[in-house]
Design a protein around this ligand. Structure first.
Ligand code: NAD
Length: 262
């Protein structure tokens, strides 16, 4: 029952998470499943998404694994159809899928620039486009994982930074366009998070790069994936019922201002 005891409490509604096979997306899917939501896991890594779903199902969660690339809008529409025939209209969507593309304009081939925009920016557009009608029906919520590189420049990350700025701009417009329909749209903007993506970046970087970035964080460490997942789950929940159009920094203070480590 609801808190006033007058109407049935629908509980947390069905959710869809992209990038759910690894890192932040996997942590978000795990957290939402733990909150009692039926979760549809989307990832282009078929084996990874099946394995993630099997692990969550073994822990008692209602989960559906749907291999799909977020650059494939029709594929995403089919996924939403499958998810909703199993669990009903989506009430929460977390767009976490993304790729790292490093380099300055001189380093990058045009195809690398385009790939960063296709996956990181158009991918979020596609997820919003495939799910917004459902979220309007349920008065649900949308969260995209942007980055601190969505709010500030990042040296040597030109395509990635441009793609994440696009995500932030898109989410602000979603908040304005669909707030009147009862849909809340927000972004989270993490700095480095301990995931396979961050490991790959530092493996390919000069010696000392991880230490440099860690030292730029006033809290003195990188985030754990579940610290981002908790914020995403909060923004998708009724706890955040008046939060719309926020870009939520989860960066240990890294973008709060100039910082000189002791
Ligand atoms: N790890 C960090 O330091 C960090 C910091 C800020 C923002 N982010 C963002 O967080 C999100 C998750 O990153 P992560 O660190 O968990 O990375 P990750 O590489 O560990 O996981 C990303 C997942 O997305 C999937 N994916 C990639 N491209 C896809 C596509 N086209 N279609 C469907 N699935 C696709 C991958 O298969 C993988 O399972 C990304 O958007 C990333 O840009 C990460």
């Amino acid at each position: 029952m609801s808190t006033d005891g007058t109407s049935p409490d629908p509980g947390p509604g069905p959710a869809l998470v992209t990038g759910a096979a690894s890192g932040i997306g996997l942590a978000v899917a795990t957290r939402l499943a733990r909150d009692g939501r039926a979760v549809t896991l989307v990832d282009r890594d078929s084996a990874g998404v099946e394995a993630a779903a099997a692990t969550l199902a073994a822990a008692g969660a209602q989960v559906l694994a749907t291999p799909c690339d977020v650059t494939d809008l029709q594929g995403l529409r089919d996924v939403v159809g499958r998810a909703e025939s199993m669990y009903g209209r989506l009430a929460g969507v977390a767009a976490c899928a993304g790729i790292e593309v490093l380099g300055s304009v001189l380093d990058l081939a045009p195809e690398e620039w385009q790939r960063a925009l296709d996956v990181n920016a158009t991918g979020v557009f596609n997820v919003a486009k495939a799910t917004m009608a459902s979220l309007i029906d349920t008065r649900g919520a949308f969260v995209a994982v942007a980055s601190d590189a969505g709010t500030t420049g990042a040296q040597g990350y030109s395509a990635y930074t441009a793609s994440k700025h696009a995500v932030v701009g898109l989410v602000r417009c979603l908040a304005l366009d669909f707030g009147p329909h009862g849909v809340r749209s927000n972004a989270v903007a993490p700095a480095f998070v301990e995931t396979p993506m961050a490991q790959r970046i530092f493996q390919d970087s000069p010696e000392g790069e991880a230490d440099f970035y860690r030292a730029s964080v006033p809290l003195g460490r990188f985030a754990m994936p579940d610290e981002v997942a908790r914020a995403v789950a909060h923004l998708l929940s009724e706890e955040a019922s008046y939060t719309n159009g926020l870009v939520y920094a989860i960066d240990g203070g890294a973008t709060a201002g100039y910082y000189r480590p002791a």
